[in-house]
Design a protein around this ligand. Structure first.
Ligand code: NAD
Length: 260
């Protein structure tokens, strides 16, 4: 379905971004990965997912808090095909603390990586998408783009911000073939959440399993984690012709969290 398209997924060396990249690769898209840590294994997994199509897989290590590096990544991604057809703004970090204890530099980093980076990638990707009259922009927001939790002020502010940004971008392109949507996952068991589980277990003197059960029990009625694979399949749907008129949504995949 996506053969010949180029997809750029930010923060795709791990977790949800990697799951989305693999799902798009299975549809034949060429992938540009981004993110820190080991690059070879994610590249191998994505190439494997797109093996039937012989897709190309590359990586750019831009730091999403740095606008000049983002511009360099966008130019790099466009070099192979002339443009980015599918942009998935996924890179994100978390920090948990009360507002009065929240380090100002953590606030700035979360707003830069989780919100402002999507403005930069989007503004740079849009002209070519508009010229081609086809494009897909998918922002990985969160249930925290719709509701709040204590001790996550910067994250909740950034995720509410990206849901708002998604709506504006969708409206500005509503008469074109460029759609812009957000996905709002609840708990997904990735390194970002494992860190919160480990911190919680250490603080409360509980096992990781207990902390995991409590985490789900507080918020996610299904008591199950959403998986990166499930989110990848939703991204594939949003790239499909059936989703041509899905515009500006913030789609929960949260086991009922925001239905409460
Ligand atoms: P993760 O920690 O597994 O992956 C984060 C990715 O972002 C990694 O590839 C990392 O290298 C990259 N990254 C971090 N800082 C970066 C930077 N400055 N520049 C470039 N890349 C950077 O996390 P995840 O859970 O897969 O989260 C991915 C996205 O999904 C985030 O936006 C997160 O807020 C969102 N999300 C996660 C959950 C969850 O439960 N895990 C729920 C809702 C939303």
């Amino acid at each position: 379905m996506l053969r010949g398209k180029t997809a750029l997924v930010t923060g795709s060396t791990s977790g949800i971004g990697l799951g989305v990249a693999q799902a798009l690769a299975r549809q034949g898209a060429n992938l540009v990965l981004n993110g820190f840590g080991d690059v070879e294994e994610p590249k191998r997994l994505v190439a494997e997912a797109g093996k039937a199509f012989g897709i190309s897989v590359s990586h750019h290590g831009a730091d999403m808090s740095k606008p000049d590096q983002i511009a360099d990544m966008m130019a790099f991604a466009a070099k192979g095909s002339g443009q980015v057809d599918i942009l998935v703004n996924n890179a994100g970090i978390q920090h948990v603390a009360k507002i009065e204890d929240f380090p100002a530099e953590k606030w700035d980093a979360i707003i830069a990586i989780n919100l402002t980076s999507a403005f930069h990638t989007t503004r740079l990707a849009l002209p070519a998408m508009q010229a081609a009259n086809w494009g897909r922009i998918i922002n990985i927001a969160s249930t925290h783009g719709l509701v709040a939790s204590m001790q996550k002020s910067a994250y909740v502010a950034a995720k509410h911000g990206i849901v708002g940004f998604t709506k504006v971008a969708a409206l500005e392109n509503a008469t074109t073939g460029v759609t812009v949507n957000a996905i709002c996952p609840g708990w997904v068991l990735t390194p970002l959440v494992q860190k919160q589980i480990d911190e919680r277990a250490a603080k409360d003197g509980k096992s990781a399993d207990e902390a995991k059960r409590e985490l789900l029990g507080e918020k996610q009625p299904s008591l199950q984690f959403t998986t990166p694979e499930e989110l990848g399949e939703l991204a594939v749907f949003l790239c499909s012709p059936a989703a041509n008129n899905v515009r500006g949504v913030a789609w929960q995949v949260d086991g009922g969290w925001t239905a409460q």
